[in-house]
Design a protein around this ligand. Structure first.
Ligand SMILES: NC(=O)c1ccc[n+]([C@@H]2O[C@H](COP(=O)([O-])OP(=O)(O)OC[C@H]3O[C@@H](n4cnc5c(N)ncnc54)[C@H](OP(=O)(O)O)[C@@H]3O)[C@@H](O)[C@H]2O)c1
Length: 170
């Protein structure tokens, strides 16, 4: 069982502009991301990422969509979607029971809560060729320390590189 965090980032570690714009992410990256998510059969996302995906018309994805929130949100999509306030540990346990590889798909607050709890096994980071000064960080709002081992790099295109890390267990 693996929890894989898959994100598109700028070279300075941002995942979106302050207004949630992710226009810097290429179609090629999106296709790779969707492929990985479909392979895993699920995604786990934070409530803000859910709201942005809904607005963009991308939600729900064609997998089991687990949205983490403390709010009581109405589920209009049936058993394709789960809203949960369970802890990251409990969410991993629940998906583990179904034999899933878990695709953690952001955003920054959700990513931070999982890595801080020691629950992330791998990071796949697609580095896009854009920088901007202000935005949402890959990990937001929490302090933690995790050591990584680089297990692969892949040139996605002339200007894009994928970094693949294993998170070393404490
Ligand atoms: N570049 C990329 O690959 C990529 C990927 C995904 C998202 N994004 C971008 O990231 C931005 C959103 O990131 P964000 O950091 O602002 O928000 P986020 O992580 O998507 O959502 C944060 C919310 O998720 C819920 N949450 C997080 N951790 C939780 C936990 N452990 N237990 C229960 N609920 C938890 C809370 O919702 P409640 O307040 O409802 O309790 C929290 O306010 C958007 O702009 C999105 O477009 C970029």
């Amino acid at each position: 069982m693996k929890v894989i965090l898959y994100m598109a980032i700028t070279p300075n570690g941002l995942i979106a502009k302050p207004d949630d714009d992710t226009g810097f992410v290429s179609d090629l990256e999106w296709r790779g991301f969707l492929k990985m998510m479909e392979k895993a059969g699920n995604n786990v996302m934070g409530r803000r990422t859910f709201e942005v995906s809904l607005k963009d018309g991308r939600f729900p994805y064609n997998v089991l969509n687990v949205v983490m929130t403390h709010k009581k949100l109405k589920n209009k999509w049936g058993d394709k979607v789960i809203f949960t306030a369970a802890s990251p540990k409990k969410v991993v346990k629940m998906l583990e029971k179904q034999g899933f590889k878990i695709a953690l798909v952001g955003g920054g607050r959700l990513d931070a809560s999982f890595i801080k709890a020691g629950l992330v096994d791998e990071l796949i980071l697609d580095v896009e060729p854009t920088v901007f000064g202000k935005g949402i960080n890959l990990f937001e709002g929490q302090d933690f320390n995790a050591r990584l081992k680089l297990i692969g790099t892949k040139k996605l295109s002339k200007n894009e590189i994928q970094l693949h890390y294993k998170v070393l267990k404490r």
